[in-house]
Design a binder for this molecule. Structure first.
Ligand SMILES: [Zn+2]
Length: 319
């Protein structure tokens, strides 16, 4: 029998238990680079203490779930996420995958380990599937989605390999693949790769779609069946996000929109984790702004509750 569930750091839940969800946020990010990044650079207890109030605030706002989008080699910490989830009551999803974004012109990808270059996509996917089946880093905590990243500009072969590995992982697991992609053309190319691998486009999330200023390309990703993630919502960018949401709604793609803030996070190496951007803006200010623009409450709920549940539900065969 096929079952449908969503995998949080405290175990699987029924999709209807996901509730109001922030689909792209961060609790801890360490940009030290794949060669240098280490858990020794911070005290987990202190990170929990620092980040807990921010999660409690959104819990009080009615947010029930939260996707931690920090990939491995950039500070992904499953135990931190589980502690924070248990202490705050917010359900948290972590990810598997590798991040090929963030490099400077002419330099290698700083957040990729050497094996990402050495192994074929099939082998990389094998590693991610192992995390899916067994849990992450010996913790038994299973990822709830795949997070990858591709370079800005024309997609490099190493980035295309991450997309292919993501598609293969999705094909075997049913997990959804959120891909850091700033450029509409690369998102469409990624959908081509998914198609070639025989994976439904609804397993692909065009992360940071707001960076694509040609709204027609956002629409094209939705038309082809991918998710459009408008996830940089904040005081300065709210209007642009609102325009993009309205444009997609107008074109009839309310089933393709995801919204979030890309906010946070504890920064190892900085005093008490440095400056943190809280997660409360979306519920406090952006939702009222959507309602004011005439977007019905039911549509707002659709974007914050139903779409995340549809995107991150995993269908598995068997018991
Ligand atoms: Zn992010």
């Amino acid at each position: 029998m096929a079952t449908q569930s969503i995998h949080t750091v405290t175990g699987p839940i029924a999709p209807e238990k996901l509730g109001r969800t922030l689909i792209h946020e961060h609790l801890l990010v360490d940009f030290a680079g794949a060669k240098k990044v280490t858990r020794d650079s911070y005290d987990r207890g202190n990170a929990v203490k620092r980040m807990l109030p921010y999660l409690k605030t959104i819990r009080e706002q009615g947010v029930e779930s939260f996707l931690e989008c920090t990939p491995m080699y950039i500070g992904r910490d499953p135990l931190l996420c589980r502690e924070l989830s248990e202490a705050s009551g917010v359900q948290i999803l972590i990810n598997t995958g590798l991040y090929a974004a963030g490099q400077r012109q002419g330099e290698p990808e700083p957040y990729l380990p050497q094996y990402a270059y050495d192994l074929e996509a099939e082998h990389l996917a094998g590693g991610w599937l192992k995390e899916w089946y067994e849990g992450v880093e010996g913790t038994g905590i299973r990822p709830g989605f795949v997070k990858i990243g591709v370079n800005p500009g024309e997609m490099r072969p190493i980035s295309a390999k991450m997309v292919k590995a993501g598609a293969i992982t999705a094909r075997h697991s049913g997990l959804c693949v959120a891909s850091h992609t700033g450029r509409g053309r690369s998102a469409l190319e990624s959908l081509d790769i998914f198609e070639k691998e025989g994976v439904s486009p609804n397993r692909y999330v065009f992360v940071h779609a707001q960076a694509e200023k040609d709204l027609a390309l956002q629409v094209e990703v939705a038309r082809r069946g991918g998710w459009v993630s408008l996830d940089g919502i904040g005081p300065k960018s709210a209007e642009a996000h609102l325009r993009a949401v309205l444009n997609l709604l107008e074109k009839g793609y309310e089933d393709s929109i995801l919204i979030s803030q890309d906010a946070g996070w504890y920064r190892p190496g900085q005093p008490n984790g440095g400056e943190v951007r809280g997660f409360e803006y979306l519920m406090e200010t952006f939702v009222p702004a959507m309602l004011e623009k005439g977007i019905p409450q039911a549509t707002v709920d659709h974007l914050l509750i139903h779409n995340p549940a549809r995107a991150f539900t995993v269908k598995t065969e068997g018991a």
